[in-house]
Design a protein around this ligand. Structure first.
Ligand SMILES: [Zn+2]
Length: 157
């Protein structure tokens, strides 16, 4: 029997907590991606010649044609800010002390975008289309995590 709910407060629900934990494994291509910037300070993507499309982060197959790919294409460190947002709440919904900006950046040589923090641009407001550059943590502080990337900063042109 189908039940049509016209008002959201009519939805039946049970409040509670589920003690669920997860662990994300980066896989072969993801491991190459993380190792490349930890050890060499470069960003690796994967190029599908058949589709003329470069993914970033690197991956083992093309999502469009399923061709086998390799983590062998260096992209960035510069790129174009194609979108951004400002967040005022953390991942658990808590208010942040300071709002943070996150941007989608099409790195030079890539077709896909990489999403990460964008640092304060200074006096001028952030604009779509601006040139940005990836900022890594100092080499001695990198652990092979996406947080080895501090974010993107606007490049003066
Ligand atoms: Zn392809």
């Amino acid at each position: 029997m189908l039940e049509k709910i016209a008002r959201p407060e009519q939805i039946r629900r049970w409040d509670g907590d589920l003690p669920v934990r997860h662990r994300y494994t980066p896989g072969v291509a993801g491991d190459a991606f993380f190792t490349a910037f930890k050890e060499r300070g470069v960003l690796l993507g994967s190029r599908c010649e058949h589709c003329s499309y470069t993914y970033v982060p690197a991956r083992l197959f093309c999502e469009r044609c399923f061709a086998e790919l390799w983590a062998d294409t260096e992209v960035g460190p510069g790129g174009e800010l194609v979108s951004f947002t400002i967040v005022f709440r953390g991942i658990e919904g808590e208010p942040l002390d300071q709002p943070e900006m996150f941007g989608a950046v099409r790195l030079d040589g890539a077709d896909a975008v990489l999403i990460h923090r964008v640092s304060e641009p200074g006096e001028e407001p952030l604009e779509i289309g601006e040139r940005v550059e990836v900022v890594f943590k100092p080499e001695t502080q990198r652990t092979g995590s996406i947080l080895d990337i501090e974010g993107f900063q606007v490049v003066e042109t």
